[in-house]
Design a protein around this ligand. Structure first.
Ligand code: ATP
Length: 403
């Protein structure tokens, strides 16, 4: 008897989502489509965890199925991808569902994106392109077996044994970003890789030459892992030698140290503080296609580490060294060098400003631009070193210069 999880669905999904799924079920039956919930949502239902995305796979053509739903005013189609025959649809103005046609994939170049060899294959053929057994479960949405879990690969057993297991020995060669996906799921669910998966991963990381891989996928998984701001993920990333995947270095840093700093200083790109401590190889940094602001963080880190001042005697020296550098890069610099000046800058010095502006100084009688610049710099020095605090004293200082 297959496992039936209709009860779990009722317990975990909202009334609105259940109604939408029933509607899809009805239309699928009327038009002879076999449809299934697939992947993460089935895993999460069995684990009794909240799931974010609803993915439905259609044995056949998902786009055709979505058009039927839309023609019957059941949903609004938001997006269609014709090559893969996938579609995103909106139900009741708020419930988004991704529909995919069953497909078989093939990896002509190890580590690159796959090519699709067949669309509309059987569910069983579709399942074999997936990453882990726990993500390869499907749940029927058709009336005759509604809620039945279809498990071709032993995913149910692995869920109860808390195991992360690849479907075949070539899995990491095909797509090494799965190494990071394993890390994410291990940390999220407190699961462990089974012995074979662990051995395959170690073999890939330690013996393969992996500079010719899809960095887009690697970047996306790194971003997901490190955006969780989890000390545990970082510690596992180092302990499992995952940093070798990106030709990184292994620093003597504990995840908790990073998390404490991130929580205190709130940088915008949390994930880059974690990644910045390991990703130092400039050639690999280039492969990542970072955005402009992300690139700046890495060039700031490089600048700070290469121009490392052995002496930072005054607050002014410290200020000048860190000014205009991103918070992320200053945190990485601190983590790698333990120079306390970095934290002094973030906590204190970066907040100090000269209150007078150039126009005000000009109005006081100084016309020359270079001179104004010099006065502003002197004022900054005095404010940083604490000899001037208030705006009134700034004005007095400028007046003394005029005399
Ligand atoms: P999450 O809860 O993080 O969203 P998820 O399992 O739903 O987890 P997605 O990234 O949304 O993850 O992927 C949906 C499904 O697609 C997965 O459950 C898995 O079956 C398949 N999948 C995703 N990425 C890969 C990959 N790199 N290789 C093989 N299959 C993948």
């Amino acid at each position: 008897m297959p496992l039936n999880i209709e009860k779990q669905m009722k317990a975990q999904l909202s009334e609105d989502i259940l109604n939408v799924l029933k509607l899809c079920s009805k239309i699928a039956d009327e038009h002879n489509f076999k449809i299934y919930l697939i992947g993460g949502i089935v895993r999460d239902l069995i684990l009794k965890r909240k799931s974010l995305d609803i993915d439905i796979t259609v044995e056949g053509d998902a786009v055709k199925f979505c058009h039927i739903l839309a023609e019957k005013n059941c949903c609004k189609i938001l997006q269609v991808q014709n090559e893969l025959k996938t579609a995103k649809a909106l139900f009741d103005g708020e419930i988004e569902i991704d529909f995919a046609s069953t497909r078989q994939e093939f990896y002509p170049h190890r580590g690159h994106l796959p090519v699709v060899v067949k669309i509309g294959c059987s569910l069983q053929e579709d399942v074999y392109r997936r990453d882990f057994t726990i993500n390869s479960l499907a749940m029927s949405l058709n009336k005759k077996d509604y809620g039945d879990v279809i498990d071709y690969v032993g995913g149910i057993k692995d869920l109860s044994n808390k195991k992360i297991r690849v479907l075949h020995d070539n899995s990491f060669n095909e797509d090494p970003s799965r190494i990071l996906r394993a890390l994410k799921f291990a940390a999220r669910f407190n699961f462990h890789r089974d012995a074979r998966t662990k051995a395959l991963q170690e073999k890939y990381i330690n013996t393969q030459i992996h500079n010719d891989i899809s960095w887009t996928r690697i970047k996306s998984e790194l971003k997901q892992c490190f955006s969780l701001n989890s000390a545990k993920i970082y510690d596992m990333f180092l302990a499992n030698d995952n940093y070798k995947l990106i030709y990184g270095q292994k620093p003597e840093i504990k995840g908790l140290e990073i998390k404490t700093l991130v929580d205190k200083y709130n940088p915008y790109n949390v994930w880059l503080v974690y990644l910045g401590t390991v990703l130092t190889n400039t050639q690999i940094i280039e492969q990542f296609c970072f955005t402009r602001s992300e690139k700046k963080i890495f060039s700031d880190i490089e600048y700070l580490l290469n121009n490392h001042l052995s002496m930072m005697n005054t607050n002014y020296d410290i200020y000048k060294f860190f000014v205009k550098k991103s918070t992320e890069s200053i945190l990485v610099y601190y983590l790698l060098t333990q120079r306390k000046e970095a934290l002094k800058y973030l906590e204190n010095l970066s907040l100090i400003r000269v209150e007078l502006n150039g126009d005000e100084i000009k109005a006081m009688g100084i016309q020359n631009g270079r001179e104004i610049g010099e006065i502003l710099d002197e004022l900054l020095k005095k404010k940083l070193n604490g000899t001037i605090v208030k705006k009134g004293d700034e004005i007095k200082f400028v007046k003394s210069k005029i005399k």
